[in-house]
Design a protein around this ligand. Structure first.
Ligand code: NAP
Length: 256
């Protein structure tokens, strides 16, 4: 690693595990000063102790406007203006459309879309003042194409890509880039839960269910969290300054 992000304050949401933890490890290895944001302090503290450098922790539910505002105030007070925001926190619940309750619909939109909006709005004033910033939204291939049984999640992730493109235009001449990274099925708890769901609902073995997820892409592989993190690292660096408003698929060729 080159230390290319040395001294830059990066907020990573949903940093405690999965893709968020991989992003935190990768940005910390590049010298960024991190604020790890999530709902469970103990899990965030465990991660912070294993990262190189000294990093802050803020506890917030990204779907709650007041908690997000307080979290960014705290982050700013601890580590200065925010230069990088990675909107990673998210949840994926599935249900046939007819059984998608309004509660499930609202939950998916709140955590996956409104949460990204609230965090971007909280971080943006620092970036505008500095004339520099990087916002990376972790969307999904479900933001680039449809999938059965996840209409609410897919609608929210399509929304994240719309938010990315529109905000990118608004800040294009202010030194700020806004991009989305769209993972395919990635080896984390979310995938583990989806596999368990298929096993319960279809009676397939875990191995068969996993193979079915891998078969959805041309490389017939499951994406690794570090592969998503590496795309985020690139987007956060100087060499990606000409890249904005993009939805980059890290999906073994599933979307092209
Ligand atoms: P994960 O392992 O389930 O981790 C999700 C993280 O988000 C956890 O750290 C969780 O923290 C946090 N989180 C959830 N709800 C939150 C809330 N309301 N406020 C604050 N933090 C919250 O999931 P993952 O697979 O790493 O997913 C990360 C991102 O990638 C998500 O946006 C997901 O949609 C996207 N993605 C994942 C896949 C995949 O196959 N894994 C594919 C495409 C896109 P706590 O629960 O500890 O609070």
């Amino acid at each position: 690693m080159s230390g290319s992000l040395r001294g830059q304050h990066a907020v990573v949401t949903g940093a405690a595990r999965g893709i968020g933890a991989a992003i935190a490890r990768t940005l910390a290895a590049e010298g960024a000063m991190l604020t790890l944001l999530g709902r469970r302090r103990d899990a965030l503290e465990r991660l912070a102790t294993e990262l190189p450098g000294s990093h802050g922790i803020v506890v917030a539910d990204i779907g709650e406007a007041e908690q997000v505002a307080a979290a960014f105030e705290q982050a700013r007070a601890q580590r200065g203006p925010v230069a990088i925001l990675v909107n990673n926190a998210g949840q994926a619940e599935s249900a046939p459309f007819g059984k998608t309750s309004l509660e499930l619909w609202n939950r998916m939109l709140t955590v996956n879309l409104t949460g990204s909006f609230l965090c971007a709005q909280a971080a943006l004033p620092d970036m505008l003042a500095a004339g520099y910033g990087r916002i990376v939204n972790i969307a999904s291939t479900a933001g680039q194409r449809g999938y059965a049984y996840v209409a609410a999640y897919s609608a929210a992730k399509h929304g994240v890509i719309g938010l990315t493109r529109s905000l990118a235009l608004e800040v294009a001449r202010k030194g700020i880039t806004v991009n989305a990274v769209c993972p395919g099925y990635t080896e984390t708890d979310i995938l583990q839960d989806s596999i368990a769901n298929v096993v319960t609902k279809t009676g397939r073995s875990e191995e068969e269910a996993r193979a079915a997820f891998a078969a959805s892409n041309p490389q017939q592989r499951i994406v690794q969290p570090e592969q998503v993190a590496d795309a985020v690292r690139w987007l956060c660096g100087d060499s990606a300054s000409a890249v904005t408003g993009q939805a980059i698929s890290v999906s073994c060729g599933e979307v092209m």
